[in-house]
Design a protein around this ligand. Structure first.
Ligand code: UD1
Ligand code: CA
Length: 461
């Protein structure tokens, strides 16, 4: 059994997206459209991918992982011309060729794999993947002879009214014997309504040369949808979301109102985790087992250990240790490493800081560029004053320290272990271990001041 080489057509402009960005670079479920297509080819067993780039060639080439190749199509002269560019890279070892378009993110690897199997078993020179969508408008139609064999493809724009009645369409996915494809490509002509070299014409050419052409019906027409505009992009994203959620549910994850949460393709979630409504779990996120995430929580590029609770919060590029509770309404910014059994409560913001195990930061606090030890208590309204207008400075708080409410820690500053800080202090110097730091003016009481000033609302009665 020979190898499978994939050619992916991605040179088009995608003008209907109305975007500065190349169409295939747009993302669905956190992965570029081209990335989805390349992954499907790999899942199908393809050993080599050649991506045809043209419009915004550099940006598109940047999406192609090392190990795959790009060829440049300087002029977009049609799908047949695009495949010709890729065919220049074929070697004597190139056996079966799978042709895909870069804008069909819903194609499954399994579908391509079984089509490849059928193609090999049939001995056909080419196999076209077809579908029966509800509305075939715009697609190339499959022409069949009296015996029902594929006779060719006619593009919608070139079709007669009778041909437009045909419901079976060309999905744009083909499998070829490399030798047959190499024979047909030079024979393509551009005598059609668009003046293009159509890949679809290779089928009639191969039949004319005495070859056999087969077809493989894709059962679910939704898989073959091409993304041409923003509406289709949103549709593709929601189809992928459904698949992603189902995969997680199968592996033991629970969702409340599943359709209200959005999960990137590469996110991992442990069993017995519950995702509450309105969550976004973005690229590079790993959630451990037995967590409760949400409602309304956004996590990006972060690692959440088992048993963690995060409610109504935003977590970006951070790590959270086991059994820690975050939120409601907390904001963990990049570079935060939160330990185990920690409490990060409401309206707490942490940036680029390490928080030790069993520490409590329960309300209305900002911690930036700090190292906070274990079993520390930061009272309500503590502010780490990390920025002096020029540079960010570090604050270090030792194990078992207790920082009273409404304290400013003017960085760089160190609070040693077991130290206490009196509420309302503005700390600018080191507080030694086991000491009490108090930095506020002493209270003055002026006896009978209200009456003396004549402010007494009871009128002296
Ligand atoms: C093509 C098929 C049509 C099929 C449909 C399925 C042809 C002639 N028509 O039509 O039968 O039903 O796909 O979606 O093949 N591209 C290049 N270089 C080019 C031209 C196109 O790389 O010179 C790429 C495009 O970026 C796109 C793909 O090829 O990814 C398909 O081209 P497009 O112009 O969208 O073809 P359709 O008109 O959709
Ligand atoms: Ca198209």
């Amino acid at each position: 059994m020979g190898d499978l080489t994939t050619v992916i057509l991605a040179a088009g402009a995608g003008t209907r997206m109305k975007s500065e960005k190349a169409k295939v670079a747009h993302e669905a479920a956190g992965r570029s459209l081209l990335g989805w297509v390349m992954a499907a080819a790999e899942d199908a067993g393809s050993v080599r991918s050649i991506v045809v780039v043209g419009h915004q060639a550099e940006e598109v080439a940047a999406l192609v992982p090392p190990g795959s190749e790009c060829v440049f199509q300087a002029q977009r002269l049609g799908t047949g011309h695009a495949v010709r560019m890729a065919a220049e890279r074929f070697t004597p070892e190139t056996d079966s060729v799978l042709v895909l378009c870069g804008d069909t993110p819903l194609l499954r690897g399994d579908t391509l794999k079984s089509a490849w199997g059928n193609h090999r078993d049939s001995g056909c020179s080419a196999t076209v993947l077809t579908a029966m969508p509800g509305d075939p408008t715009g697609y190339g139609r499959i022409l069949r002879n009296a015996e029902g064999h594929v006779a060719g493809i006619v593009e919608h724009k070139d079709a007669t009214p009778e041909q437009r009645e045909i419901r079976e369409i060309n999905t744009g996915v083909f499998l070829f014997k490399a030798s047959a494809l190499l024979e047909a490509l030079p024979l393509l002509e551009n005598k059609n309504s668009q003046g293009e070299y159509y890949l679809t014409d290779t089928l009639a050419i191969l039949i004319g040369l005495g070859g056999l052409v087969g077809s493989h019906l894709v059962a679910d027409p939704q898989e073959t949808i091409g993304v041409n505009d923003r509406t289709q992009l949103a549709e593709a994203d929601s189809v992928l979301q459904k698949r992603i959620r189902e995969r997680h549910m199968k592996s033991g994850v629970s969702f409340r109102l599943p359709e209200t949460s959005w999960i990137a393709h590469d996110v991992e979630i442990g069993p017995d985790t519950l995702i509450l409504p309105g969550c976004m779990l973005e690229k590079g996120t790993v959630v451990g087992p037995g967590c409760i995430i949400g409602p309304h929580t956004r996590i990006t590029g972060s690692v959440i250990s088992g048993g963690v609770t995060i409610a109504n919060s935003v977590v970006t590029e951070s790590e959270i240790g086991e059994e820690t509770k975050v939120g409601p309404f907390a904001y963990l910014r990049p570079g935060s490493r939160i330990g185990r059994h920690v409490k990060i409560g409401d309206f707490v913001e942490i940036k680029k800081s390490v928080i030790g195990d069993d520490t409590k930061i329960s309300h209305l606090t900002y911690v930036g560029d700090a190292e906070v030890g274990q079993r520390v208590n930061l009272g309500c309204g503590v502010v780490v004053v990390n920025y002096d207008g020029h540079v960010k400075n570090r604050t270090v708080i030792g194990n078992d320290a207790f920082v009273g409410c409404n304290t400013n820690l003017v960085s760089p500053v160190e609070v040693k272990e077991h130290a206490y800080i009196a509420a309302g202090s503005t700390i600018t110097q080191e507080v030694p271990a086991y000491a009490l730091g108090i930095a506020r003016s002493r209270q003055t009481v002026l006896e009978d001041w209200v009456r003396r000033k004549g402010f007494d609302k009871s009128g002296g009665k």
